[in-house]
Write a protein that binds this ligand. Structure first.
Ligand code: 16G
Length: 170
C-alpha cells in the first residue's frame, strides 16, 4: 500500500507522485532550523523562544539516545527547502513485555498551505509501519484532538477499553 515500505527513515526519499509537487521526506537536519521547522511546530502548539543554540542542544541530546527519536520532516523542494511537514516517533524502552519497546507518535503537523495533499497520512503511515516492522514496538499510541480521531483511526489507532488517558499540566 505504501511506497515507503522499504524506506528506512534514515535516507531521504523523494515524493514526486502526488499533486505534481516535489517533496523530500527525510530525517530532521540541523539546517532545518533555517527553513521554518520551528515555525511549523508553532502551527501545532506554543514553542516559546528557541535560538539556534537551543535547537542544536536539543538535536544533539536526541541523537545521543540511539533508536529512540525519529523526527521526520517533509521538505518542499520547490520552495527554498521549506519544511512543510513533520512527525516524530519516540520509542520507549521498557522492562515489561519481555523488555518491550513502546512507540509514540508525536508532534504531527502539516503546514497550512500544504494541507489536503496526504502528507500527514504519508508520515503517520510510515512511522507506524516503521515502529511495528523495524523497531519491533509491541504497541504504539498517540494523543489527539476530538476532530482528528477519525484521521488516526484509518491507520489502526483507536480508543482502548479500560484504558484512560490522564494528564497533568505544570
Ligand atoms: C498533539 C500532538 C502531540 C503534541 C501535542 C502538543 C499528535 C498526534 N499529537 O496532541 O504530539 O505534543 O499536541 O500540545 O501530533 P500541547 O502543547 O498542548 O501539549
Amino acid at each position: 500500500q505504501s511506497v515507503f515500505k522499504e524506506y528506512s527513515l534514515k535516507d531521504p526519499k523523494l515524493v514526486d507522485n502526488i499533486y505534481d509537487k516535489k517533496y523530500l521526506l527525510r530525517p530532521l537536519a540541523l539546517s532545518d532550523f533555517h527553513h521554518g521547522f520551528v515555525d511549523l511546530l508553532r502551527q501545532l502548539t506554543e514553542c516559546g523562544t528557541i535560538t539556534y543554540n537551543d535547537y542544536l542542544k536539543r538535536f544533539q541530546q536526541m541523537k545521543q539516545c540511539p533508536n529512540t527519536y525519529y523526527v521526520l520532516v517533509v521538505e518542499d523542494v520547490n520552495s527554498d527547502q521549506q519544511i512543510v511537514g513533520t512527525a516524530t516517533l519516540v520509542c520507549e524502552k521498557k522492562f515489561i513485555r519481555q523488555l518491550g519497546v513502546r512507540g509514540r507518535v508525536e508532534d504531527v503537523v502539516v503546514h497550512d498551505r500544504c494541507r489536503g495533499q496526504q502528507l500527514g497520512k504519508l508520515m503517520v503511515d510510515l512511522l507506524t509501519q516503521f515502529a511495528r516492522d523495524v523497531c519491533d514496538c509491541y504497541k504504539i499510541s498517540l494523543e489527539c484532538k476530538d476532530h482528528l480521531v477519525t484521521f488516526y483511526q484509518q491507520f489502526g489507532y483507536d480508543h482502548e477499553d479500560k484504558q484512560n488517558f490522564l494528564c497533568q499540566r505544570f
